[in-house]
Design a protein around this ligand. Sequence first.
Ligand code: PHE
Length: 374
Amino acid sequence: MKLVSPLWSAALLALATALPAAEPIKVGEIASLTGKEAAFGQSSHKGTVLAVEQLNAAGGALGRPLELLSEDNQSKSGESATVARKLLSREKVVALLGEVASSRSLEMAPIAQRAKIPMISPSSTNPKVTEVGDYVFRVCFIDPFQGTVMAKFAKETLKARRVAVLTSVSSAYSVGLAKYFKERFVADGGEVALEQKFAEGDKDFKAQLTAIRAAGVDAVFVPGYYTEAALISRQARELGLALPLFGGDGWEAPQLIEIGGKAVEGTYYSTHYSPEDTAPAVQAFVAAFRARWNGETPDAMAALGYDSALVLADAIKRAGGTDGPAVRDALAATKGFAGVTGTTNIDPARNASKSAVIVTIKDGQFKFVQSVAP
Ligand code: PHE
């Protein structure tokens, strides 16, 4: 017995070919997939890919699948602007996700703004990023908050009264975080006894660390990225500096421990989320991420990359379309969106205010210390 008559199957085939497959919604992503900050870009990218796959499995947005077009800026300055232009003019993406690092977000933001295409940085914390214009958003906290969190932590937990600050002058993120940390630490009665500088890519920090050793401080704040933070920790220990070293979210990468080894034991940094969080949504995300990416545990960038795509899809659904101004307005109206990095409420300055998490390194592992509410 035939289940479908030949006539019927011919009719079904005609119908299927007459109905065009729903046109995908093109979303651009810009990340440092290779180069110096590849750990950041890869993490963020993996989180974003997982979110898009889960969204598509659940029907996409507006009955259409999302198509993620990812561009690698190779961690190079200048490159994010070039690939942003390409995604906008050639691919006609409806939104841009990225970048992780503030300096690179600052390069692509004016291009999104001029094109009236919304951009969401998952994790750039420098205030200037969203100040570029009303099409620029982020789903993370900003550095005035992060600087305050670490200033209070230094005073209250590390019991530091005099500190040194070692800043990367070529990173907008580092310069900003150093400034906000100092302001709060000094306002709370602490003293910044010494400031030292370095640049991205430097390998030798002995001169700065020798000056810090001579200054006799209680602790050293290093608002930089993980490669330099790990090298600074090693060289500090080699010079016999046994004081606490601490930093911000730029420290967050497995390479901190891989490069830093024993030297990063007992250091601290602030970040956006902890995979140790027992909230069911976080644990479901950690399990799904591990299943998708070879058992890897998602870090803060992965979690923020994931949330950035979910927040965008939610806005597209509420906008009822993909026009830049409509999606922008829907993003600006985001309230109470539950993600894996906490609840996203977009404020009038297009930032998200969220709790910070403080992490330490113990026995070669990242360990949750405390959560700090905004
Ligand atoms: N916040 C950093 C910046 O703005 C980037 C970063 C995000 C680093 C998340 C680590 C984790 O440049």
